[in-house]
Design a protein around this ligand. Structure first.
Ligand code: SF4
Length: 68
């Protein structure tokens, strides 16, 4: 099932599209204080600065993560 989730951080939103995610876990390895696949919600934007989150989102290989 495909879903799109949004996680707000200050004036941006982290958007995650489940159908594009290849579960490469780059996000969880690169910024484990924010991307926690075993927890709910799995994206916890309090865990890092906006800049760190934007940088990590840019490293998602599938494009499942984006910034709005
Ligand atoms: S880096 Fe992108 S593709 Fe990999 S697990 Fe995270 S969201 Fe999914």
């Amino acid at each position: 099932m495909s879903e799109i989730k949004e996680y707000p951080k200050e004036d941006i939103k982290v958007v995650w599209e489940s159908s594009k995610c290849i579960h490469a876990a780059n996000c969880a390895k690169g910024l484990p204080s924010v991307f926690k696949p075993r927890e709910k919600p799995w994206v916890q934007t309090d865990g890092a600065s906006k800049e760190e989150i934007i940088e990590q989102v840019g490293k998602c290989p599938s494009g499942a993560l984006s910034i709005r």
